[in-house]
Design a protein around this ligand. Structure first.
Ligand SMILES: C[S@@+](CC[C@H](N)C(=O)[O-])C[C@H]1O[C@@H](n2cnc3c(N)ncnc32)[C@H](O)[C@@H]1O
Length: 317
């Protein structure tokens, strides 16, 4: 398997350009909070020969594969098995107090989606696992076996923004009375049978339900919610963060966290802003940046991406 063929890092040149000013010093530290197969990390290590990389992932397969890929960089690399909201502890355990730059490339990796038999993809029949960290927590099959109809409907609505949530939840409950739903192929059959013909045209019926189950199984939104403020805390003045999101729920959380950090905390009505009320961060891009047409044509994974970035301009105190 050639890693470069299965995963082209998304918006790589733009990530490098945005983080470069924070990484010019010898000994600068970059945290790749979503190491995956190490595509972004490898490019940064080549481009900035003076940096130390701390790579985080909750998926041990990803850590093993990226570890082999990054082995040529020797002790310039520290890999940590953690959920990314443990970023502060990971940086400290690697022997650093601060990190000069942090990159998040959220979501699932191509490895999880396309290669491994892990139940993330509705296009391949596999056991319904969907845990990014296979060492802990309930699987998607457990969720389908134990949640009530109301709970299933709520996660399909909230995390899949699925219009047919109630109907799908009902069909799933009926189907699981006959036999446990343990494989992605069976779940797809149930969802297809539950989808009225007119709705079949609006994309694959299973797409949003699979997304919702994945988000629920991995508590993804809660992790992002905690991780972005933690990552901002780890940056010194001049430190930079770039976040790539692939769906609107995640992007909304990132947008809110960066807006809060870049807003003045001065009470309204004060004639002059006191220094302690000045924003701690400034946005590096206006709104969310998208991949251009050329990249989207070359790399379909880049189609939904939203990039946001910020720089610390003053200390917290
Ligand atoms: C899109 S991939 C990253 C790909 C990587 N940038 C590359 O170039 O190969 C996202 C990775 O983040 C990991 N991940 C997702 N949520 C996580 C979390 N809450 N904590 C730690 N890692 C997470 C996934 O396991 C996956 O390997």
């Amino acid at each position: 398997m050639n890693l470069r063929d299965i995963h082209t890092p998304v918006l790589l040149e733009r990530c490098i350009e945005l983080l470069a000013p924070a990484l010019s010093r010898d000994g600068a530290v970059l945290v790749d909070a979503t190491l995956g197969m190490g595509g972004h990390s490898e490019a940064f290590l080549h481009r900035f020969p003076g940096i130390h990389l701390i790579g985080l992932d909750r998926d041990q397969d990803a850590l093993r594969i990226a570890g082999e890929r990054l082995a040529p960089f020797g002790d310039r690399v520290t890999l940590v098995h953690t959920v990314y909201d443990g970023i502060v502890e990971a940086v400290n355990s690697a022997g650093f107090e601060k990190a000069d730059a942090v990159l998040f490339d959220l979501g699932v990796s191509s490895l999880q989606l396309d290669v491994a038999d892990r139940g993330f993809a509705y296009s391949q029949d596999a056991p319904l696992d969907m845990r990014m960290d296979q060492t802990t927590g309930p699987t998607a099959a457990d969720v389908l076996a134990t949640y009530s109809e109301g709970q299933l409907r709520a996660i399909f609505e909230r995390y899949g923004e699925e219009k047919l949530s109630a109907r799908y939840a009902r069909f799933i409950i009926a189907a699981r009375r006959e036999a446990p739903i343990e494989r992605s192929g069976r779940l797809v059959e149930i969802l297809v049978a539950a989808t009225p013909a007119a709705a079949q045209r609006a994309g694959h019926p299973a797409k949003r339900v699979f997304q919702a189950l994945r988000i629920e199984v991995n508590a993804e939104l809660a992790a992002v919610e905690r991780a972005i403020p933690a990552a901002l805390d780890v940056l010194p003045v001049g430190g930079r963060i770039v976040v790539l999101s692939y769906q609107s729920l995640e992007d909304r959380i990132v947008k809110r966290a960066l807006s809060a950090a870049t807003a003045s905390t001065a009470p309204s009505g004060l004639p002059v802003e006191l220094p302690e009320h000045a924003p701690r961060f400034r946005l590096l891009v206006k709104g969310a940046e998208l991949a251009d047409e050329e990249e989207r044509a070359r790399n379909p994974r880049a189609t939904p991406v939203r990039l946001r970035a910020a720089e610390r301009v003053r200390d917290a105190a």
